[in-house]
Ligand binder design. Structure first.
Ligand code: ADP
Ligand code: ZN
Length: 519
């Protein structure tokens, strides 16, 4: 007697009911139709193809780029009594042969495979001999060069539909903006298939952006308010994770670093300890988190600015998977943008690809600098509209005050003009504040009429306002000239008093902190 999908859900996964969309997706796939599934990390994508795989007679091929995860997924399925295996470069020859035998004998329900493995060693030709009933393409945004994680080996999957037109394809992803979605479907040859999208909103995650100064101290303050709660700190560089973890250990925290440069035994050990709550804090590069099923992560901090909104959302999505409140913090300063821009500029990408990366970075910057509800910005990025402010982000909690900043802008712009558009942020602030440091004196900038005209504002205030002036197009920056500020036609209008400038009031760190603590 064949099982219903509800019975199979209970028997193989132990769950009583489907989450929104899962049942519809499974029906679609069982009917033999293609579809695209968009669900946030932790939303429950796997069941959408695992359950049809169990109910189908025949084999489901799961394409995944994450070799490290295949083993875990397959083991979890086996524990639940599902016959599954994987093929990837970690297997020995004889292990591979044994998997291939199982497939040949029709003993397997699911075969996980990395795309490069699928298209090598004659595997793809073998597919014809196997009773393949479904292709599940996990992390399907990897097929699109518009996505944030393009992998050329995924491109070969375009042949699936032409070679196996009768086998349904289910494409899954946690993060894809509109353009990427359309491209995934086009590449896979399923342009007319339905898209299932479950809500991306995670209202239990609080969103906070803090100025990127004294980050270590701010983290310690944050930790004092999150006593003993497990969390993740994402850093840009491997070295950065090591330094920060050492500082936190020095301050008495159970913290460990994690990055792709560590031996795999060590990485597994750290993961394991974090899962078991033996370690409170993981300080990691983006290498950490893929497929980590820890539901009680209570907070995520981004020590550095992520390169795009997709990655950011995926990373903060690792907090609060149990639905309980969780806090996320992004540290942001203008220098983070500069670092990221430099990285893109120096990378070995095509010019077209670079432009895309700059554009994606720019969206991230807009999020960090937003003075409207951050959740609305995030969700609109994923094509979801929120009609109301969320009440659970720092902007909602501390509405911004605006004021006429024309005079401030004029001071900055005239200093830029007096220094012949040759100075960058640090020097400009020194000149405005009248700091007599060696560099300033060496250039004779202390003799400029604008020297010290901005002494009434603190350095960090200037930093904030100069960032805002850049964003509003009142001045430019030359990335190819050591980030020197430049004047543009709008700058000249402002200088002549023909254009007023509105700024958002700077809130000192201590005050923001006090407000956050009052939560
Ligand atoms: P994703 O691949 O979308 O990140 P997973 O498929 O790993 O998410 O699912 C995340 C978690 O949710 C897993 O622990 C999974 O067992 C659980 N889950 C999935 N579907 C259900 C359901 N219908 N009821 C309860 N838990 C579920
Ligand atoms: Zn909000």
């Amino acid at each position: 007697m064949s099982l219903s999908k509800e019975q199979a859900l209970k028997q193989y996964f132990g769950y009583d009911s489907f989450r929104p969309q899962q049942a519809e997706i499974i029906d679609t796939v069982l009917r033999g139709d293609d579809c695209l599934v968009l669900m946030p990390t932790g939303g429950g994508k796997s069941i959408c193809y695992q359950l049809p795989a169990i109910l189908n007679d025949g084999l489901t091929i799961v394409v995944s780029p994450l070799i490290a995860l295949m083993k875990d997924q397959v083991e979890a399925l086996r524990v639940n009594g599902v016959k599954a295996a994987y093929l990837n470069s970690s297997l020995s020859r004889s292990e591979e042969d044994s998997v291939l035998w199982q497939v040949k004998l029709g003993e397997l329900k699911l075969l996980y495979i990395a795309p490069e493995r699928l298209f090598s060693g004659g595997t793809f030709d073998l597919l014809r001999e196997w009773n393949v009933r479904l292709f599940a393409i996990d992390e399907s945004h990897c097929i699109s060069s518009w996505g944030h994680d393009f992998r050329p080996e995924y491109r070969q999957l375009t042949v699936l539909k032409t070679r196996f037109p009768q086998v349904p394809v289910v494409a899954l992803t946690a993060t894809a903006d509109r353009v990427t979605r359309r491209d995934i479907m086009k590449q896979l040859g399923i342009s007319h298939a339905p898209t299932f999208e479950s809500g991306f909103d995670r209202p239990n995650l609080s969103l906070t952006v803090l100025p990127g100064q004294k980050r270590l101290q701010q983290i310690k303050d944050f930790l004092a308010r999150h006593d003993g709660q497990p969390g993740i700190i994402y850093c840009l560089s491997r070295k950065g994770t090591e330094t920060l973890a050492a500082s936190l250990q020095g301050a008495g925290y159970a913290a460990e670093y994690y990055h792709a440069g560590l031996p795999s035994e060590r990485r597994s050990r750290v993961q394991e300890q974090f899962l078991k709550d033996d370690i409170q804090i993981i300080v990691a590069t983006i290498a950490f988190g893929m497929g980590i099923d820890k539901s009680n992560v209570r907070w995520v901090i981004h020590y550095n600015l992520p390169s795009n909104v997709e990655s950011f959302y995926q990373e903060i999505g690792r907090a609060g998977r149990d639905g309980e409140p969780a806090d996320t913090v992004l540290f942001y300063s203008y220098s983070d943008i500069v670092t990221r821009q430099d990285m893109i500029g120096k990378s070995e990408q095509s010019e077209e690809q670079k432009q895309l990366l700059y554009a994606k970075l720019n969206r991230m910057k807009q999020y960090a600098e937003a003075d409207m509800c951050r959740r609305r910005i995030l969700l609109s990025y994923f094509n979801e509209e929120v009609v109301q402010d969320c009440g659970n982000c720092d902007v909602c909690r501390n509405p911004r005050t605006r004021f006429d900043g024309t005079v401030i802008a004029q001071k900055a712009l005239s200093a830029i003009a007096r220094t012949k558009e040759s100075v960058a942020m640090g020097m400009l602030i020194d000149i405005l504040r009248g700091s007599r440091n060696r560099n300033v004196l060496q250039h004779g900038y202390d003799r400029l009429p604008t020297f010290g005209v901005g002494h009434d504002l603190r350095g960090e205030e200037w930093g904030e306002y100069l960032g805002q002036l850049l964003n509003s197009g009142v001045m430019d920056i030359a990335y190819d000239e050591a980030h020197a500020f430049k004047l543009n036609p709008l700058s000249r209008k402002v200088l002549r008093g023909e254009h007023a400038v509105e700024l958002v009031k700077f809130i000192p760190l201590a005050e923001r902190k006090a407000r956050e603590e009052a939560l």
